[in-house]
Design a protein around this ligand. Structure first.
Ligand code: KG4
Ligand code: ZN
Length: 344
């Protein structure tokens, strides 16, 4: 059985995991950095990179111990090579190169977005290509036709903020803490989703893209008006995001001919309201709905190891001088989008 070691350090989670070619997760270790970044209300790149350096070695050793294997038993080592905070990306990629070189194993440079995009196939081995994927994370908000390993067609992207970024900024504005997504979801449980009128940017527009910056400004105004409870703003914000995601996803449903499923992945896919609304949409469209378990939605190394397993099976490995990349679009042919200068 093929065994793959996967490493991840592109944002604020350091992680190491071992999966086999059948999608069994033999080890899955993770070290978050929430406490280190909390005082700043967001991820500080320098602090993140240093924390990755300290955490990664012990996590790799722990993963080997959990799985009862050593590097000699691996068939390949996969690491996120981008996109992400470059100082962090270099940590896992450099370690992967060192391990691959010393053990004489193939190296697989994984695009972090590909890790998210293929994670639903690790969660559900019956999920076949092609599928329509809503990838919603802290850095990205995209609709993709996932047609095969390494074959991703971007149908839509955000013209300003990512969905997770909007959750994080809203949490900060409402003083709910960091990381924002789970805090907003928690506060929203005690709030009224129609209490605060908020915009639904781009809903109804013929362009399929996303926009969340206006929503964030509206949250700021709602807060400053002093007329609303934080719980009501949180619930109304979450409902607005859900409405945007659903409207935009509905618009591209027909653009993946032969789609086997509607799939959601990335950190925001951990949100219960987002999952429930997408499941309803999939039902209306007579599509299967697939969402990875919560631990596989947020950043982890099992999805990187799995993407490595899929790439290895497809004969895709990388030279030891493969670069770390801060920006790395999944679909380089994806048309440039008005206003989308910052995010891939
Ligand atoms: O995929 P991920 O772990 O990292 C990136 O690749 O960006 O996504 C992190 C993002 C953060 O913005 C976080 O606030 C958001 O996912 N998130 C959530 C929830 N859990 C995490 N957003 C909404 N509801 C949640 N339950
Ligand atoms: Zn991610």
């Amino acid at each position: 059985m093929t065994l793959i070691l996967g490493l991840e350090s592109s944002c604020d989670e350091t992680a190491a995991a071992i999966v086999d070619g059948d999608g069994r997760v033999l080890a899955h270790r993770l070290a978050g950095q929430e406490a280190a970044h909390a005082p700043f209300g967001g991820v500080v790149p320098e602090i993140a990179a240093r924390a990755h350096v300290e955490a990664l070695g012990p996590l790799v050793e722990a993963a080997f111990a959990d799985a009862g294997v050593t590097m000699a038993g691996m068939d390949a080592v996969a690491a996120t090579a981008g996109p992400g905070l470059i100082g962090g990306v270099m940590v896992a990629l450099s370690m992967a190169k060192g391990l691959a070189l010393s053990a004489g194993k193939p190296l697989i440079a994984v695009n972090h977005l590909e890790g998210h995009a293929l994670s639903p196939r690790l969660a559900d081995r019956t999920l076949a290509f092609p599928y329509l994927l809503l990838l919603v994370s802290g850095g990205h908000c995209q609709l993709l036709a996932v047609e095969g390993v390494g074959r991703y067609r971007r149908l839509a992207t955000t013209i300003d903020d990512a969905a997770g970024e909007a959750f994080d900024k809203t949490a900060k504005l409402l003083g709910l803490g960091f990381p924002g997504g789970p805090k907003v979801e928690q506060a929203a449980r005690d709030g009224d989703p129609i209490a605060v009128p908020l915009p639904r940017p781009l809903v109804g527009s013929t362009e399929p893209h996303f926009s969340f910056a206006g929503l964030k400004s509206a949250v700021l105004r709602a807060r400053d008006s002093g007329r609303h409870r934080a719980e009501d703003v949180a619930a109304s914000f979450q409902q607005a995001v859900v409405d945007c995601l659903i409207d935009r996803t509905r618009r591209v449903l027909a653009r993946v001919p032969g789609a086997t499923a509607l799939v959601v992945a990335g950190g925001v896919a951990a949100n219960g309201a987002v999952r429930a609304a997408l499941e309803t949409l999939a039902g209306e469209a007579r599509l299967r709905f697939v969402a990875p378990p919560l631990w596989l939605c947020t950043d982890n190394a099992a999805m990187i190891a799995w993407a490595g397993a899929e790439r290895l099976a497809a004969g895709l490995t990388d030279p030891l001088d493969v670069p770390a990349r801060a920006r790395w679009p999944l679909d380089p042919a994806g048309e440039a989008v008005r206003g989308a200068g910052v995010k891939a």
